[in-house]
Design a protein around this ligand. Structure first.
Ligand code: PLP
Length: 430
């Protein structure tokens, strides 16, 4: 495979765009550097790059593209929306229709507000929780990613009872002091943090099924205990379902796990590929938001007809639950095939999979928290990533990301992928 045109575009990009990319995860820093591939076209489960190479795509644009690229129903909806004008700055009936669909699918949300990204959605749930509780601090879990607003770019302190430190330059230490980060899937440190800070905690923020240090499910009873203790402390529980909503079922992780939070943040899939975010929750909490209440949140682009139309169309496609079964079956085939080839070539891996989403960790340990994900072999992953790319398999360039199947992937795609995995593993030293 040749990548000459991608390399030339990357050189040019670096003159104009900081780091040559518009989101750091798109650079290949996590896989030892090099030029990212510049894609030109996407259709169904496939990508074509600027050099004419074809790929099977498992990136799914980091989650939103669950139908596959350019799904005809969504493309038609976007086209129609564009013909009618993409931005009004007035309310439209589309917003009502889409809000109703989301509420029906996620019953813990009595009221919804649309924003433009997952970052905005999470950021605002925290503001609303602070307004509602009249408290300032939050607790979050190590390795969960909640967007790039100041408050969630905070790293753990030295223990559960210590406050956080900025995880990015530009985040003030004073803001980090409002955040406590504890390990996912462990109740004791969470309890300890609440014992120390309980009456100051506005909200506890969690990805109910983690997507950001690979796919990691909560241990049995973990979220239930988190919810109980959160409420006992008079705090609100926020589920960040930006990745998980509509990924595993028509609805949310809260439906799969049978546990409801006070507020939910949404994004990714609900936009059908266009920019979107949304948040919602109990009516008495959501009534804190302007124009009803004192917590301000606004958006020029919020609820725009193009994103609403794409989101409605995407959910219409997903209402056929059989597609989730199909993705589960293909996911199971992929998982079993990869494990078989790892055994054959004596490569140590662990796979975490839930339905059509999976992560390969280069380790022989079980991965249930961020510390364990961090300890997996990043160099092995980088080698694997590059060997797969050269065979036309597009994965996320990070050991912490998931492979996402779409309803466009086929059995033949899985077979081709497993052949590529076989070759990649056969070229990896232990
Ligand atoms: N929350 C979670 C769980 C995410 O995975 C992400 C993005 O990857 C975000 C929030 C932020 O969403 P966005 O990139 O749309 O701002």
């Amino acid at each position: 495979m040749k990548f000459d045109k991608s390399e030339a575009l990357y050189q040019e990009a670096q003159n104009h765009i900081v780091g040559g990319v518009n989101s750091p995860s798109r650079a290949y820093k996590g896989v030892g550097g090099g030029s990212p591939v510049f894609m030109k076209k996407a259709q169904g489960a496939y990508f074509w790059d600027v050099d004419g190479n074809k790929y099977i795509d498992y990136l799914g644009a980091y989650g939103p593209i669950i139908t596959g690229h350019a799904h005809p129903h969504i493309t038609e909806a976007i086209t129609k929306a564009a013909q009618n004008g993409v931005l009004y700055g007035t309310p439209t009936a589309l917003e009502n229709k889409f809000a109703k669909m989301l509420k029906e699918a996620i019953p813990s949300m009595d009221k919804v507000r649309f924003v433009n990204s997952g970052t905005e959605a999470v950021m605002t749930t925290i503001r609303v929780a602070r307004a509602y509780t009249n408290r300032t601090k939050i607790i979050k879990f190590a390795g969960c990613y909640h967007g790039h607003s100041d408050l969630v770019l905070v790293a753990a302190g030295s223990g559960p009872a210590t406050l956080g430190t900025p995880d990015s330059a530009g985040v003030p230490a004073s803001i980090a002091q409002d955040v406590i980060t504890v390990p996912f899937n462990e109740v004791e440190p969470f309890k300890e943090a609440l014992e120390k800070w309980g009456n100051e905690i506005a909200a506890v923020l969690v990805e109910p099924i983690v997507g950001n240090f690979g796919i990691v499910e909560p241990k049995e009873g973990f979220l239930e205990e988190v919810k109980r203790l959160t409420h006992e402390a008079g705090s609100l529980l926020i589920f960040d379902e930006v990745i998980t909503a509509f990924r595993f079922t028509y609805g949310s992780a809260q439906k799969l796990l049978n546990i409801e939070p006070d507020m939910t943040a949404l994004g990714k899939i609900i936009g059908g590929g266009l920019p979107i975010g949304a948040y919602g929750g109990r009516a008495d909490i959501m009534e804190q938001v302007a124009p009803l209440g004192p917590a301000y949140q606004a958006g020029t682009m919020a609820g725009n007809p193009a994103s609403m139309s794409a989101g409605i169309a995407c959910l219409e496609v997903l209402q056929d639950e059989s597609i989730y079964e199909k993705m589960d079956q293909l996911g199971a085939k992929l998982e079993a095939g990869i494990l078989e080839r790892a055994k054959k070539h004596q490569v140590d891996i662990t796979i975490n999979r839930l339905k059509g989403a999976l992560t390969i960790y280069f380790t022989n340990e079980k991965v249930v928290n961020y510390e364990q994900a961090e300890a997996t072999d990043g160099e092995q992953f980088a080698t694997f990533f590059k060997l797969m790319l050269k065979q036309g398999i597009n994965l996320a360039p990070s050991k912490y990301e998931a492979w996402f199947l779409t309803l466009s992937h086929t059995e033949e795609d899985i077979i081709q992928t497993l052949d590529a995995v076989d070759y990649a593993f056969s070229n990896m030293t232990k």
